[in-house]
Design a protein. Structure first.
Lengths: 323, 323
């Protein structure tokens, strides 16, 4: 069944007026897209981006250059259309849905206590699943993005706990910490993993203890996307932390992921290894918001347009290779 | 003067609602674009692509999988809108100008005699300069692309002669040769360089002897673009061969180049080293036609949209970093 689909996709690509394989990664992207949809004639009509925001109690530990208030301020900026993601979304015809997963109240400071209660975590997972069902009814490819001052700390803690890394191996500059700031951030993470005894803990326990509201809701979104076979474009380090949670809880969710770009955030390389993800772009970006996801979705759309709209050797009366 | 411009660009980027430097390569692309234009408030309105086609006598030596006739057939495909470049151009709002630089008659077989006469070569260089003047009046960023069965052989010969490489170091599969085919192609190139005594020859002599009509006309275009300060997006291996000729003849032309992508064609890495070019994309493409150039232009346009259209910290009432 899958082999038949792969054969049909290969035959369509090889009928197009170009040397075989000469569109490189674009040919692979179209194939992967068709495989997720289970349909060699799959098409992308509308693109959406789900942009999750949440506040993080861990900001009390001085792990970010920016004050926590910026999360709420950026929510207003998203609504007003002034953020990077808005500019890119307008240019690419992507609808952005901004979701307040817990701004204001925010998570608790996980240096002291678990970030969320079990109920708070379960609520976000469920809400994310509901979002994905909505998205599947509206879009043929959907990106996820996030905003939350402090959330690279949460993402690094998740990666360290699940992947068995020391914090020093996965902690990066976030919005721009200096070396001393990164070392402090890593100490905060190591201390929290120790305090809450997270080595060997369940994924759900890790998420609840050091995760964020936006990360939990994205994880729910990604698991449901896996169930629905909705193709999803991941953004950078934080969306990949949600993806790591999703894959550990529901391994089949991995099958619907595209990896848009390799982030400049330090732990992203290891995160991609954990997820076996090969990003499309490497532009040194580290903004989040889904900015990389939009660029990645654009390239998948390019791939699908080429796949469907190029002339065939026959229709264009072009001679095939002599090999 | 240039420092003032750089300061103005940096100040504009740093006023935008994002951590400093977090858009990575996109911030650099906007800076490079403004530097070429000499204007911190430069804008891109229209994008164009000049697509040069030429036939190659060297095809008589069996160095390509495709028959020479495909060049003319693909010209018709470009005009009908069925080629990869057409699909991408429609998606990105890029105007394509297809230029027959010498299809049909074609160059002579440089395994036997020089590909062009001095007059033929000079004509193409001049025609390319005229094209660039036209382009500068219509577009703020222009891509170059090419089509010509046999032209990876010509491009590899140019690189070997100018860069002092053996053919084996720079000869690749083109449209899909097997190992034996690549070895034959390299032998043809080495023999031609020897026969015409091209080691140490002038760049103009190299171009005339082993170049192609489309490569010569692109070289003229690129030199004139340098004079006019018209930003140009290069495509892959063959457009870079034209760029190498241009830079050797008029070094200042280098200042207007963007490198869209790292081609899968074998010699492109060395070509990029010769040109000190750092491509934006690495998608394993090896099609030509300007397909990579369109994707590269798109990312420069993304960069300029972000640079101009994002809200500032002040206008969006977002707090700046505390560092």
């Amino acid at each position: 069944m899958k082999q038949e689909l792969l054969n049909e996709v290969a035959a369509q690509w090889n009928s197009r007026t170009k040397p075989q394989g000469s569109l490189g990664r674009l040919e692979e992207l179209a194939q992967e897209y068709c495989v997720i949809r289970g349909l060699a004639q799959a098409r992308i009509e509308k693109l959406g981006l789900y942009l999750y925001a949440g506040d993080h109690g861990i900001t009390e530990e001085g792990i970010s250059l920016y004050p926590k208030a910026v999360t709420r301020q950026m929510l207003a900026n998203f609504e007003a259309g002034g953020a990077a993601v808005n500019v890119l979304a307008r240019q690419h015809g992507v609808e952005v849905k901004v979701i307040d997963a817990g701004v204001g109240e925010g998570t608790k400071n996980f240096a002291q206590v678990p970030a969320m209660t079990e109920a708070e975590c379960a609520e976000r997972l469920l809400a994310g699943r509901v979002d994905a069902r909505e998205a599947a009814g509206k879009y043929e490819l959907v990106g996820v993005g996030e905003m939350g001052i402090g959330n690279t700390t949460s993402a690094a803690a998740i990666l360290a706990a699940i992947g068995g890394y020391s914090a020093a191996e996965v902690t990066g500059r976030g919005t721009g910490l200096d070396d001393a700031g990164v070392q402090h951030k890593a100490r905060v993470i190591d201390a929290a993993l120790e305090k809450h005894a997270l080595k060997g803990a369940t994924t759900l326990k890790v998420l609840q203890t050091v995760g964020g509201f936006e990360i939990a809701r994205m994880a729910g979104f990604l698991m449901e996307a896996g169930t629905l076979k909705l193709p999803v474009m991941l953004d950078g380090f934080i969306t990949c932390a949600a993806a790591l949670v999703a894959v550990k809880m529901e391994p089949a969710s991995r099958d619907v992921f595209f990896f848009s770009h390799r982030s400049a955030e330090r732990g992203h390389g290891r995160m991609l290894e954990e997820l076996d993800g090969d990003p499309i772009l490497d532009l040194g970006m580290r903004l989040g918001e889904g900015s990389g996801a939009i660029l990645g979705m654009h390239l998948v759309r390019c791939a699908m347009n080429l796949y469907h709209d190029m002339a065939s050797f026959e229709s264009a009366s072009v001679s095939r290779s002599e090999a």
